[in-house]
Design a protein around this ligand. Structure first.
Ligand code: FAD
Length: 459
């Protein structure tokens, strides 16, 4: 994974230099067309400012150009894109997607397992369960209708010792409760007949699980959104906001200005957007961004936690090793080091769980998280994988890529549900904050979009 095709590369500068139904103000064209002489260095290192620091003075906002827009979606990950498509295509709204990166999908949406989950793991009636089951159906239908590469190959969750069998039974019951069709417990020998390289004592077959080419999905959703009134503005960051009456106004800056910003000087927005509707789908940054919305009750914003997951690939394997996704029992913080396959049959193992520290707000908006995969971590992978794939050869694992889970519950805590906070929670009209959209967020993306649009559009 981690492939960014810069196909729809448009910065807010480019958007503002051509006539645009959303933002056609010549003042703003001048603003974003001009160079930024005071931001001339190009340092992108992580700055040591506290995440709660108010980096600019709100009394200085009067001189900042303002523009009214219909809807703003913050973040062009798979969830933000799906929301933008839903609002523009299904509800006829004009949407501006503000994305700090140079194109769509450069965050967690390109750093995951690309698995279409069935909906087995999540507590009954949780948003994760509801959105996963609904989202999966919407996703398969969308893939078929739009020829998005995908494969419903099914998955085996495996018990590798008899002490794990009760957990497998519990997963079966939970899956049935959540409305997952086709689940079937198998004896070890049956599963091993399906998968000759597998070792297990019992398995749960989930025929509804599959894989998807996430980039093609996002590309297709972006195309549909764009042709129905959505504008994507790349290299533009939301750096904060403030409450005006019962609405939120957003403070925008070009990402290049953030990159070269030294924490010693004040950080000023270059534009203030006055939207009717706002969806904060900034992924890993969503909680820290919400804390920068002056006038939003910070008591409702969850503490973010970050859990990195690394993947290792298998070198020198010619024939497809497995034909199903293979998952061990879930662990604290993740689903266990599992086998995923890409659409070419290549095997990858992961992700593990490593709780990492937060970084400062601006660095997180610029996605300066540490995604490096240390070769040494493979030492932990070998014994985990050999529980279900005993023939794994020494030295065969190569570092792949990593992703970071945007969590709102920490180590050893009960896993939190997705948080979708609207006016009923925070009291601000037209604002939805999406927090903790970790797995199964990709699977759930179209269902989240439906739900968010319904929450925002009441008549
Ligand atoms: C290791 C791992 C494995 C996973 N595996 C699966 C799986 O197999 N199946 C599944 O269904 N789900 C999986 N997930 C979950 C799934 O990847 C996420 O839920 C989903 O990608 C979240 O999408 P998003 O749009 O909310 O966030 P993101 O993709 O992170 O998008 C957020 C966007 O906001 C932008 N942004 C941030 N701050 C700002 C700002 N201030 N201004 C403007 N833009 C900003 C970022 O640049 C980014 O592009 C996995 C996650 C991880 C970490």
């Amino acid at each position: 994974m981690v492939k960014f095709k810069e196909n729809t590369m448009k910065s807010i500068t480019q958007i503002l230099t051509k006539p645009n139904p959303l933002i056609a103000n010549s003042l703003l064209q001048n603003l974003f067309s001009r160079s930024h002489p005071k931001h001339s260095s190009s340092s992108t290192s992580i700055r040591s400012i506290s995440s709660s620091s108010s980096a600019y003075n709100y009394t200085q906002l009067e001189s900042v150009p303002k523009e009214s827009v219909d809807c703003v979606v913050i973040g062009a990950g798979v969830v933000g894109i799906a929301v933008a498509r839903e609002l523009s295509l299904k509800h006829g709204r004009e949407v501006l997607v503000v994305e700090s990166g140079p194109t769509f999908g450069t965050g967690t949406s390109s750093r995951n397992s690309e698995v279409i989950h069935a909906g087995i793991y999540y507590p009954f009636n949780s948003l994760k369960a509801l959105f996963c089951v609904r989202g999966r159906k919407l996703l398969y239908r969308y893939c078929k209708e739009h020829e998005i590469p995908h494969e419903q190959m099914g998955k085996l969750i495996v018990a590798t010792r008899s002490s794990e069998i009760p957990k497998l039974d519990a997963l079966l019951n939970r899956g049935i409760e959540n409305g997952v069709d086709g689940l079937r417990l198998m004896e070890g020998y049956e599963a091993m007949k399906l998968e000759p390289e597998l070792h297990c004592v019992k398995a749960l077959l989930s025929p509804a699980s599959g894989i998807i080419d996430t980039h093609s999905l996002m590309l297709s959703l972006v195309g549909e959104a764009e042709s129905h009134g959505t504008t994507f503005s790349y290299n533009a960051s939301v750096i904060g906001g403030h409450r005006e009456g019962n609405k939120i106004q957003l403070h925008i800056s070009e990402s290049s200005a953030l990159k070269s910003w030294g924490a010693s000087s004040p950080l000023h927005p270059e534009l203030i957007l006055n939207p009717k509707l706002v969806v904060n789908s900034a992924g890993l940054s969503a909680p820290s961004l919400a804390r920068r919305f002056c006038g939003l009750d910070s008591g409702v914003i969850p503490t973010p936690y970050y859990a990195r997951g690394c993947y290792f690939t298998l070198s020198n394997v010619k024939t497809p090793l497995f034909h199903h996704l293979i998952y061990p029992m879930p662990e604290d913080g993740g689903l266990g080091v599992h086998v995923t396959l890409d659409l070419n049959g290549q095997v990858k193992f992961g992700p593990d769980v490593e709780w990492i520290d937060c970084i400062d707000d601006i660095s997180s908006f610029l996605n300066l998280f540490d995604y490096s995969v240390c070769k040494d971590r493979s030492k932990r992978f070998y014994p985990e994988i050999r529980k279900y794939y005993p023939n794994l050869k020494d030295g065969s694992l190569e570092p792949g890529y990593s992703g970071i889970r945007p969590k709102v519950s920490g180590p050893k805590q009960v896993p939190a549900d997705f948080l979708v906070q609207g006016e009923d929670i925070h009291g601000i009209t037209g604002l939805v904050n999406l927090f903790g959209i970790e797995s199964p967020g990709l699977t759930a993306s179209m269902a989240i979009a439906e739900y968010v649009a319904a929450k925002l559009i009441t008549n």
